[in-house]
Design a binder for this molecule. Structure first.
Ligand code: NA7
Length: 546
């Protein structure tokens, strides 16, 4: 028996917002539990961030064999990845394949942006309103809205006067952009800029890069994924997945501290890791994210690589990051990024020395120089982690607005729920490891926890769960304490909301090891959802398990 009201087809057990990796898996699992679930997706297709981010060079910086669902052994065996790091089109093909294979589309409503979600206390339901005015309701609401979904445009004087085309990397035109013969400016040198710049440099007549903060980037050494490598990995997939659940991504973690080995051993290890490439570099030693002096040694290694690669010493010096520890901003992974600055058609503008004064119809004025441009590419990032939630008017008990509650920074319990907002779950939201680990692993964990929780409510004849205030306060302190043990707070990063003017500066992620976090979540569940308030509201219990 389902509790869906047969007289009103728009009443569901669960409403899921977003049809990216998180929303699709939540739908699959909840449908499997016999719940009526409906997904609302603003875009016209599945994929979330992988649907929108189509800029030249866009690819994942987690290896493709790991950046995929683990819930179906058949799926992981049948899907064949072509490169070590998958491109955006390949990841989107994979997500589409998952939607078809598990027949998910029939429960997804596309082109539907949810504008408002209000908790009706009397009925114990979430009432949602879409942009088009449609109203739907669900006993539970799952925010699968993603951490990097609200693009951040730069607030530069005069930008609206620019006569050429302006593109943001996160909303790149689906038909592509022909940049040949064009004078292109790129603002931003985070992961997106660092991936896009080498690709744009090959197409454009001239490329001017406007850099506010130099970033650390590690070579990907990307290439075709050899069939024998893939087959060997797939033979052991269960074990790889089991270990990934403990650590997020199967990097090679070191049990040595950089501070405890000699200079020669440090350099040897850094060089070995550099030659392997990718984010794994950050794990060369186990104290790099907690000991500034140790971090200085790896940061200097990368600066030496930049100086050895970039021919113009002044340009090389501008490209050397000096104002934040390596890894305290999201480390970048590139293909030929620093080499790109040796091309004749590429110029770097160091905004620390020559800030942008204004944008005019014909280009960008930085310092005393006017750079004539036909196209401006903003690789300026996102209103990250909380952005998508801030853009929906979410109101909980007593009409409390989530954006008001989080005005001084997000507050959650386990990163999964927030007090005053019963039956509202957030996937990979603030207060959880979120973007600090492989997102697919984090998503599968959260969806699994939420499904176990719904199952518990159903078995106990309960219908409502809400984070307790005291438990939430303790969790927020715990998350802050974990961050303060690391070097993360030393950078002006989007992890802290520092890239969005007016956003409170709070480290939004839980920086503990993934296995610690998973154990903490499990312990709470094992103790009957300790710290949460569970209630049997006067409504029928959830549908019985099939
Ligand atoms: P990021 O990492 O937030 O990078 C944005 C870049 O844009 C960064 O270099 C910013 O400099 C720069 N920026 C932002 N606003 C301005 C203005 N007004 N003027 C000049 N430069 C500016 O976003 P990405 O899209 O590259 O990457 C996001 C994540 O997506 C990535 O980490 C992966 O996980 C996938 P700043 O450093 O703030 O000085």
């Amino acid at each position: 028996m389902t509790i869906q009201d047969p007289t009103d087809p728009r009443q569901y057990d669960v409403i899921i917002i977003g049809a990216g990796f998180a929303g699709l898996y939540a739908l699959h699992r909840m449908r499997g539990m016999g719940l009526s679930a409906r997904v609302y997706e603003a875009g016209p297709e599945v994929g979330g961030v992988w649907f929108w981010n189509r800029y030249p060079g866009a690819r994942c910086d987690v290896e493709s064999l790991q950046y995929s669902y683990s819930f179906s052994p058949e799926l992981e065996q049948e899907w064949v990845w072509t490169e070590k790091y998958a491109t955006q089109p390949e990841i989107l093909r994979y997500i589409r394949h998952v939607a078809e294979r598990f027949d998910l589309r029939r429960d997804i409503q596309f082109n539907t942006r949810v504008e408002e979600a209000v908790y009706d206390e009397a009925g114990a339901r979430w009432e949602l309103r879409t942009e088009a005015g449609e109203r739907v309701s669900g006993r539970f609401c799952v925010m699968a809205t993603g951490a990097l979904t609200v693009p951040q445009l730069p607030d530069i004087p005069g930008i609206e006067r620019f006569a050429g085309k302006i593109y943001h990397t996160a909303t790149w035109p689906h038909e592509g952009v022909d940049l040949s013969g064009r004078r292109v400016g790129v603002i931003g040198t985070g992961s997106s800029g660092i991936q896009a710049i080498p690709a744009i440099a090959k197409q454009a007549e001239q490329l001017v890069v406007f850099q506010r903060t130099a970033n650390f980037s590690i070579p990907a050494w990307n290439g075709p994924l050899q069939p024998e490598v893939q087959q060997t990995w797939k033979k052991d997939y269960r074990e790889h997945r089991r270990r990934a659940r403990e650590v997020g991504t199967l990097y090679e973690f070191s049990d040595k501290a950089a501070s405890q080995v000699g200079e020669e051993e440090r350099q040897r290890e850094y060089e070995r890791r550099w030659q392997k490439g990718g984010v794994n570099f950050v794990h060369s030693f186990n104290d790099l994210m907690v000991d500034k002096q140790s971090n200085d040694t790896i940061a200097e290694f990368v600066r030496a690589k930049i100086r050895a690669t970039v021919k113009d010493p002044q340009v090389a010096e501008s490209l050397c990051p000096k104002d934040h520890p390596l890894g305290s901003k999201r480390i970048c992974v590139d293909t030929g990024y620093y080499e790109t600055y040796n091309r004749d058609n590429v110029k770097l503008v160091d905004l620390k020395k020559t800030p942008i004064r204004e944008v005019s119809a014909s280009g960008v004025h930085a310092g005393d120089v006017h750079h004539e441009l036909d196209v401006l590419v903003c690789a300026t990032g996102f209103d990250a982690v909380t952005g998508a939630l801030r853009h929906i008017d979410i109101r909980g008990r007593n009409g409390q607005q989530l954006s008001r509650k989080w005005a001084e920074g997000p507050r959650s319990y386990l990163g999964l729920m927030t007090s005053g907002f019963p039956n509202l779950f957030i996937i990979t939201g603030p207060g959880s490891p979120s973007v600090l680990v492989n997102m697919v692993v984090g998503i599968e964990h959260h969806v699994g926890w939420i499904c176990d929780c719904l199952d518990h409510l159903r078995r106990q004849g309960l219908a409502s769960i809400e984070a307790g205030q005291a438990a939430e306060d303790r969790w927020v302190e715990h998350v802050n304490a974990a961050a303060n043990k690391t070097l993360f707070p030393l950078a002006n990063s989007w992890f802290l909301g520092a890239n969005v003017p007016g956003k409170p500066r709070v480290f939004m992620l839980y920086a503990a090891k993934l296995w610690v976090y998973r154990q903490e979540c499990q312990a709470v569940a094992d103790k009957g959802y300790e710290g949460f308030t569970l209630a049997a509201v006067p409504r029928p219990a959830l549908a019985e398990a099939p």
